[in-house]
Design a protein around this ligand. Structure first.
Ligand SMILES: [Zn+2]
Length: 336
């Protein structure tokens, strides 16, 4: 091994030790309930990821972006083919909404694939869980059988919805805002008021990503900006083309691309991450609503009482594959 390789391996070893110390604090359940069958706990995900990082230290760098309101680390994995010049940068992040475990499954799967086989010329940053505190709470709900818990916020008290905490298009101009105020609400604490959103913003400003995707559930759409304004984005055609390439990559059951504010005539989402990334940094940012819900018509009453199931279908494999196919297409992008 050359001196340079030794240095890389030593740096990764330190990062890995840090992640392992974190996962030991939140061990996976030994006997998880049927509800979460097919899904992994955060510690299992991270342990597997750092195992892989140790095998391929030259391809991956683990960065602590900051700490949550409860002082927990927010990890990002930067993956690139060693010795290849970086031409484009892509950001993939998940777990803004704690109950949407499927989003984390997709982020982790694409990350594992990238560590094994980076895309030449494209540096990809993956944040498997942005809202770490929310995820810890969601896992503890599962552990103590509190299956009716519904969580959207982070670890602040009261919890803040990070999906409404960004700076661009916070003010609603829709004529519907007085009739349907709930649809137009943003975080009451002001723009970028939370350490998690600040960490993401600082990363985006530093890296100036070409493309990004924020993984959510459910809906089955590839949403693009604007989400807080009815008008079309300047790069609307480009968004449609990228969205179509993501759709095409998914095959059967593919999700459709759509401007988020045009989901319904009354609907707007103010202060979202995609308007922020696109408006502030010109990043072609998507919000992918994974799955068409896990609610089963023949178990409607039971599933409606179980928020975990709204977002996370039983037997998640094919849903994860579908999401990963689209993320893969977004990473590779399309010619202008
Ligand atoms: Zn969500």
């Amino acid at each position: 091994m050359t001196a340079a390789l030794w240095a890389i391996a030593a740096a990764v070893a330190a990062e890995v030790a840090d992640v392992r110390a974190f996962t030991r604090e939140f061990p996976a359940m030994l006997d998880p309930p049927e509800l979460v069958e097919g899904y992994s706990f955060m510690s299992t995900h991270f342990d597997r990821l750092v195992d892989l990082a140790e095998e391929r230290p030259a391809a991956v760098r683990i960065e602590t972006l900051g700490t949550t309101t409860r002082g927990r680390p927010i990890y990002a994995f930067h993956v690139a083919e060693p010795h290849e010049p970086v031409v484009e940068r892509v950001l993939v992040f998940a777990g803004i909404h704690p109950t949407e475990w499927i989003s984390v499954e997709v982020a982790v799967q694409i990350l594992e694939e990238l560590i094994r086989r980076p895309v030449p010329g494209i540096s990809v940053t993956v944040i498997p869980v942005l809202n770490v505190d929310g995820r810890v709470k969601s896992e503890s709900d599962v552990a103590i059988g509190r299956f009716k818990a519904f969580r959207r916020g982070n670890g602040a008290s009261p919890p803040v919805d990070l999906n409404r905490d960004f700076a661009v298009h916070r003010e609603s101009r829709s004529i519907w805002r007085r009739l349907l105020p709930g649809y137009h609400a943003t975080s009451p604490t002001g723009a970028l008021s939370q350490p998690e959103t600040q960490a993401l913003d600082a990363l985006a400003r530093r890296q100036l990503y070409d493309r990004a995707v924020s993984l959510h559930a459910f809906g089955g759409y590839h949403y693009y900006p604007w989400s807080g304004r009815w008008r079309r984005a300047e790069d609307h055609r480009r968004f449609v083309a990228l969205g179509r390439s993501m759709e095409a990559a998914q095959g059967a059951g593919a999700y459709r691309p759509r401007q988020l504010s045009r989901w319904g005539f009354f609907f707007r989402a103010q202060g979202t991450e995609i308007d922020h990334l696109y408006g502030e940094y010109g990043t072609e940012a998507f919000l992918m609503e994974l799955t068409r819900s896990g609610i089963r018509p023949w178990r409607l009453r039971k599933d409606l009482r179980t928020p975990f199931r709204w977002y996370n279908p039983r037997r998640p494999r094919k849903h994860v594959e579908r999401g990963v196919s689209a993320v893969r297409a977004l990473i590779r992008g399309i010619e202008d």
